[in-house]
Design a protein around this ligand. Structure first.
Ligand code: MD6
Ligand code: FE
Length: 208
């Protein structure tokens, strides 16, 4: 576990190689089964309707969606109308391991990056509470992850996220800007056709 100070903020942790190859394969099988039920779809940006370059799905009682009307969490898949599938036990175990003081995760966003897909600098701030961290898992091709401060223009640091790596954005760094500049083609054999999957576990509501 590496705590990475960033612009004077604490709470960014990097856990390289958290999942070994076998665990990555098992997790990938679980994600495959899950997206068979809750298919990846291409979200669009609020207002402009510009499509994201990543495709998304979710699991858990709530899922993060973006459409012309805005960003929000909702209990149903926007295309099928079905409830999102359950969060795999392997991921709730990860949360227990790295976020044991936080209430249970309610949402797991699944991002799929094909060649050329990226994710602009953003904050994860659509949750009703920021007390819990956001916990992220990378699978497949290596990505360049950029993280900065609480202001969009703060200086940033970049590091590479490889298959099996875990990142935790918690504490003061919970609202740090971050994004994916690029995915490095051919850097992993985990996904048969290449690309990258990122899973982010979140608590959305305040526990009662
Ligand atoms: C990605 N990750 O790795 C995008 N958000 O593809 C995120 O947006 C993210 O890695 C919150 C916490 C950790 C993350
Ligand atoms: Fe994020």
């Amino acid at each position: 576990m590496q705590d990475i100070p960033i612009n004077g903020l604490t709470g960014l942790s990097y856990l390289p190689g958290y999942f070994d190859r076998e665990a990555q394969q098992d997790l990938l099988e679980e994600i495959r089964a899950l997206v068979a039920d809750a298919p990846l779809y291409q979200p669009v940006m609020p207002k402009t309707g510009k499509p994201f370059s990543v495709r998304m799905s979710n699991c858990g009682p709530l899922g993060w969606v973006s459409d012309i009307n805005g960003y929000r969490y909702q209990p149903n898949h926007p295309a099928t109308g079905n409830p999102w599938p359950e969060i795999p036990a392997r991921l709730t175990a990860l949360w227990q391991d790295v976020a044991s003081n936080a209430p249970a995760p309610e949402a797991c966003l699944i991002n799929f990056y094909d060649t050329g897909a990226k994710m602009g600098l953003h904050q994860d701030r659509d949750e009703k509470t920021f007390e819990a961290p956001v916990v992220s898992v990378s699978l497949g091709d290596t990505a360049t992850f950029r993280v900065g401060g609480l202001k969009r223009n703060d200086p940033t640091k970049s590091f590479r996220l490889q298959s099996g790596d875990v990142v935790v954005l918690g504490g003061d760094a919970r609202l740090a800007f971050h994004g994916i500049d690029r995915v490095l083609k051919g850097t992993s054999t985990l996904l048969k056709n290449g690309g990258r999957i990122n899973l982010t576990l979140r608590r959305v509501t305040r526990p009662d």
